[in-house]
Design a protein around this ligand. Structure first.
Ligand code: 5GP
Ligand code: SF4
Length: 465
């Protein structure tokens, strides 16, 4: 998901809508905005679909007045796909003794089911199926006297990944879990401030990027400025390495580094780890493009757009059903036949999950007359599900959980298939020594199976580590 908030700006809703539009890659299923103004109090709008199809109408935006607002774009993770109700769409709002507050959450609370069960037994009435709603109910039960203190109380009960933006009548609040699994950044715009999942959302509104909210940090922002505190115990951060590979936008800055540069460097590492004799390096667009550029630069094999993407399709994995997902590849990608015919082609993609995409692309590219196909993958084999807010299917559906690299190569039916090593990926992400064995610098559980936070709800449901 993506979150965005702005405070002390004129017509905050417009900024929020623009910010969410820049974060649309983080979630395309639905979006919502809440604002507050002295005249109209809290006002909200929640809609299915894209930001540009909803939050561009003057009629709707006029209903969201005020100089403070937050918003959310939703990406549904396993279990809820296709079943989302409008009441699952964030931001969520609650009335408290000291006034209303709204929250928007990116990540996944790994003990939310246990919390929900306990709260329901004690009388809470949940409206949605979302793990994030726990936060509002926990805030309601806190005895603290400010929203920020109540939010701290609530989040101290929550495990897992959370980058949360909250708003009251006058304050914008941002918090990251102690591992900092999901991103959250702070920007300055005129006399106001903005919080966003990624820096690309600051760019679109012309805000200056000040800094990242640190793992385990809370900032409370109003017209007087930014007050920072540390509600959680300090620990080594474990930012999601898949954000670097795929999830974030390449024009965002994370950990002081451009995501594009990290992805290009993954291609460089891949060319060193898995060289091959070939005529062309082609990305599977768009996610594979920066890594393909790096692979081409390091290997000296010319870069070419052998596959063309139809810009008007969403990402295939966001499509709800398996059937549509299977068709989706062809609807979205087409082979540039004139270029490919008779060539030995290196195809660079960001990840292999179920293997559906790779299989279809191989078919298309052989049909177009390629002489050889070599897959190079910009992440290690995806062998484990993510429980921290990225949608990966259950283990049995992950190709790499069932097959060795050679078996996958034979299954997809290509001349060669190589994945970047975990160490190579860490080097590309700026860790010159590679992955630290004692305390890895990132979360990489979907590749390593080492979960930095025990997924307790899933274990209660029978998931085995
Ligand atoms: P597959 O067809 O192997 O299941 O999916 C792999 C493709 O799905 C990749 O090329 C990647 O671009 C895309 N993909 C995107 N996002 C995700 C995601 O969140 N999880 C996964 N696991 N795959 C995604
Ligand atoms: Fe990111 Fe993978 Fe960790 Fe999930 S399991 S947070 S996708 S690195």
């Amino acid at each position: 998901c993506g979150v965005f908030g702005a405070v002390n700006v004129q017509d905050a809703a417009n900024f929020v809508a623009l910010g969410l539009h820049a974060l649309q890659h983080r979630g395309q299923e639905a979006g919502g905005i809440i604002t507050h103004s002295a005249d109209r109090g809290f006002q909200s709008a929640h809609r299915f679909g894209l930001v540009r199809d909803n939050f561009t109408s003057a009629k709707l935006m006029e209903t969201l007045p005020g100089s403070i607002g937050i918003g959310h774009v939703r990406y549904s993770t396993a279990g809820s796909k296709g079943n989302t109700a409008i009441r699952d769409v964030q931001p969520f709002f609650g009335e408290f003794s000291m006034g209303g507050a709204a929250i928007a959450h990116n990540g996944n609370i790994t003990n939310a089911e246990a919390i929900r069960k306990e709260l329901i037994e004690r009388g809470s009435i949940f409206q949605s199926s979302s793990d994030s709603e726990c936060i509002i109910h926990l805030m309601a039960r806190s005895i603290q006297r400010t929203h920020a203190e109540r939010l701290k109380d609530a989040l101290r009960r929550c495990e897992g990944a959370f980058s949360v933006i909250a708003m009251t009548r006058t304050k914008l609040i941002g918090v990251r879990d102690k591992l900092g699994v999901r991103p959250l950044v702070l920007g300055k715009i005129g006399d106001g401030f903005a919080l966003a999942s990624e820096t690309c959302a600051l760019d679109i509104i012309g805000a200056e990027f000040l800094r990242e909210i640190e793992p385990g940090e809370m900032v409370v922002i109003d017209h007087k400025g930014v007050v920072s505190s540390r509600p959680f115990e300090r620990t080594s951060p474990r930012f999601c390495i898949f954000e670097q590979v795929y999830f974030s936008r390449p024009d965002s800055i994370i950990g002081g580094r451009s995501v594009y540069e990290t992805r290009r460097q993954i291609g460089v590492e891949l060319a060193r780890e898995a060289p091959v004799d070939a005529d062309l390096v082609c990305p599977v667009p768009d996610p594979g493009t920066p890594a393909a550029i790096g692979y081409s630069q390091e290997s000296g094999i010319p870069f070419a757009m052998g596959i063309i993407r139809n810009q008007y399709m969403g990402r295939t994995f966001i499509e709800p059903s398996e059937q549509i997902r299977n068709m989706g590849v062809r609807l979205k990608l087409n082979v540039n036949r004139a270029l490919i015919k008779g060539k030995r082609v290196v195809l660079v993609d960001d990840s292999v999950v179920r293997g559906t995409t790779s299989l279809k692309i191989k078919e298309m590219i052989l049909e177009a007359g390629a002489a050889e196909v070599h897959f190079r993958i910009a992440s290690p084999p995806t062998m484990w599900p993510c429980f921290y807010g990225v949608d990966t299917p259950e283990r049995s559906k992950l190709l790499a959980a069932r097959m060795s690299e050679e078996e996958m190569r034979a299954f997809i039916g290509v001349e060669s298939l190589k994945f970047i090593s975990l160490d190579g990926l860490y080097r590309a992400a700026g860790e010159a020594e590679g992955r630290s064995k004692s305390t890895p610098q990132f979360c990489d559980a979907c590749f390593s199976g080492e979960y930095p936070v025990e997924p307790s709800d899933m274990i209660a449901r029978g998931f085995e580590l």
